[in-house]
Design a protein around this ligand. Sequence first.
Ligand SMILES: Cc1cc2nc3c(=O)[nH]c(=O)nc-3n(C[C@H](O)[C@H](O)[C@H](O)COP(=O)(O)O)c2cc1C
Length: 407
Amino acid sequence: MRVVLGVGGGIAAYKSAELVRALQQQGHAVQVVMTQAARQFIQPLTFAALTGRKVIEGLFSEASPEETLSSAVEHIAVAQEHDALAVAPATADLLAKFAHGLADDFLSTLYLAFTGHVVLAPAMNNAMWEHPATQENVAKLRARGCRIVEPEEGWLACGSIGPGRLANPVAIAQEIDLLGIQKKDLEGETVLITAGPTQEPLDPVRYVSNRSSGKMGYAIAEAAARRGAKVVLVSGPVNLAAPRNIETIQVRTAQEMRKAVMEHLKQATIIIKSAAVADYYASEVPKQKLKKTATRLSIELDPTPDILAEIGQSKGDRLLVGFAAETQNLIEEARRKMNSKKCDMLVANYVNQDGIGFESDRNEVEILSRSGEIAHAGPADKIEIAEKILDQIATLRLSLHAADARA
Ligand SMILES: Cc1cc2nc3c(=O)[nH]c(=O)nc-3n(C[C@H](O)[C@H](O)[C@H](O)COP(=O)(O)O)c2cc1C
């Protein structure tokens, strides 16, 4: 692979030289980009000598106008020519810049222009790492598909003990190396995915909804695209950016979600219904805002369309994957739902456990198949869970194709 290695201004910058060596030993070509602050910690000459390439340091070239013209948009060219962007050490400042889309130096501009894999290896003082601002930035970047190589616990250069030490350069190199063997087992498939909650209006300002964040569905959509599938994502209202290079249809209500799903059903070979569709809606929504009165308010709700059951009735040879969020009797409820909705597979999780499920970046699920097998995944980042779910789907798809071929 062609890897751009961004080096930030932290004590651990000297370890990036070891990372360069580890990547080269794995057969990767490395181009180093250093920030201004990084040069306070390590000389560009070290990287230039190791890579045999000029280290990129600034957004604006100091070369002559003629030379500048040939590389005037170097950050775009570098973005297009490389398969992976790794940043080690990823300082608190760089994480904040990436999370917020700032582009005031070469590395942060390159991050925005980069459409390939991004691996971030943070390193900093433990209080900086644990600060809510840093943690929110990391969560945001993770939700966007960046791989975070977590810092290790131990003695830090500042004298304190805790999480914040740069992960072992060999482990970071392995993480980057794994990207190169990206599975392409969903090539030729068209995956239709629903994600997020729906909102069912009660009046012009109020609605019934649920706590689904859409993170699980978005992670599956992005992972399926990485694995070679054409992906159509039908999303309820969420606070997530539409994934790059994925056709995303934004909907609000269960009715709108049904319509969008039915319109795209024909082209789909795999349908993954991870959305938390509201079960009830108000069929008669008043035109004016409901007024507060001292008396009890009763609102009549009707069942929303059961999209999963409807697809199950006429799915043909499409592979149908449902989701079940439960607070008790997980496996029994999941099995009942899988059978009654005619799903081929069902992903079930508890939603009453702290730190996983709704609104979280992490999840723990049971993946039930019609054959009776149950695969467990997690607790892990939703990106990792997404890969495990797709592993199961790809295996099932393969076995169904093989059965068809035998028939
Ligand atoms: C001696 C020293 C060590 C530092 N080590 C770190 C560090 O390990 N991690 C970090 O996030 N910031 C560290 N900083 C702060 C960064 O250098 C500072 O936030 C800088 O703006 C980061 O620049 P960058 O965006 O180019 O990485 C350190 C600062 C000093 C003076």
